[in-house]
Ligand binder design. Structure first.
Ligand code: ATR
Length: 279
């Protein structure tokens, strides 16, 4: 479609942000629905966050995604935060309006929508690996589903803080509970390269579900596939958190199939989702 001077501007702020795939599928969605809007990445250093948000608001930007390292810092700048943002302690979506800046979190719902493509979460026992920013949204989502969550993190003190906030149980090593859990979720950065493993992956059983938030097939995902487990890398969560941001900004049903198609050249697994997408 042709973009005129009337186009609305959305984007993502992060540092670094050039690698972000959000512009790919958000622009595909705008274009498919004939919404005259563009979605662009804005590289913003932590020390410039407040000024950058004020500048973007004044320039007429309608909404933003927020990524590393700003997800927590935006809480101090936003005029209003949703209930989920308050509970999770992080935001990934901003809406600019005459009333100011409102912060939302769609990571938790993105995780649920993605995980529920391959498994039922209700009341399950889960091993959660990592206690960083993404682990918070996942922990919140799992607790909303009534899961019993065992948390392991390299730095135990961080695990204890997260566990206290969300009612999780800290374990000293993944091996302590690997034999009993139904679902394993990795939120650590281990697997970004092919180096290193978090625990002995030969302990994973075929009846376990393995989810990795990294959007590539990590050694953990490869091990799960070899064992014949249901498994999912981070692409579906990326899609669904973005789709929920799109819904907040536009009020339109996100065109999921179009969004997925746009991500396939960037590695979105062709055999996902296991359940058909609604739109
Ligand atoms: P994100 O927002 O993506 O969660 P983050 O907040 O930087 O990123 O968190 C990174 C997570 O990966 C943390 O749980 C971190 O563990 P520590 O709290 O001990 O730092 C984990 N992590 C990073 N490198 C790791 C490694 N080599 N082994 C185990 N865990 C690692």
């Amino acid at each position: 479609m042709t973009i005129t001077g009337k186009a609305e501007v959305f984007g993502v702020i992060g540092y670094p942000v050039r690698h972000s795939l959000s512009p790919v599928f958000q622009n595909a969605a705008f274009s498919h629905l004939g919404i005259e809007a563009v979605y662009v990445p804005f590289e913003v250093r932590p020390e410039d966050l407040r000024d950058a948000l004020e500048g973007l608001r004044r320039a007429g930007v309608k909404g933003l995604n927020v990524t590393i390292p700003h997800k927590e810092a935006v809480l101090d700048i936003a005029d209003q935060v949703s209930e989920e943002v308050r509970d999770i302690g992080a935001a990934n979506t901003l809406v600019f309006s005459e009333e100011g800046v409102k912060a939302y979190n769609t990571d938790w719902i993105g995780f649920l929508r993605a995980a529920e493509e391959i498994t039922d979460l209700e009341g399950k026992e889960v091993l959660l690996l990592g206690a960083g920013g993404s682990a918070r949204a996942v922990a919140y989502a799992l607790k909303r589903k009534g899961c019993r969550v065992f948390l392991w993190n390299r730095t135990k003190a961080k695990a204890e803080l997260l566990a206290e906030r969300f009612g999780l149980e800290v374990v000293g090593s993944p091996e302590e509970v690997i034999g009993s859990v139904g679902i394993i979720v990795n939120t650590t950065s281990v697997g970004l390269s092919d180096e290193g493993t978090i625990f002995d992956y030969s302990l994973i059983r075929q009846d376990q579900v393995v989810i990795d938030l990294i959007y590539r097939d990590t050694p953990l995902i490869k091990a799960a596939r070899e064992r014949g487990c249901s498994h999912q890398n981070g692409f579906p969560m990326l899609l669904h958190q973005g789709a929920e941001s799109f819904r907040i900004w536009t009020g339109c049903e996100p065109p999921l199939k179009v969004m997925v198609r746009s991500l396939i050249p960037y590695g979105y697994p062709k055999d996902y989702p296991r359940t058909p997408l609604r739109t």
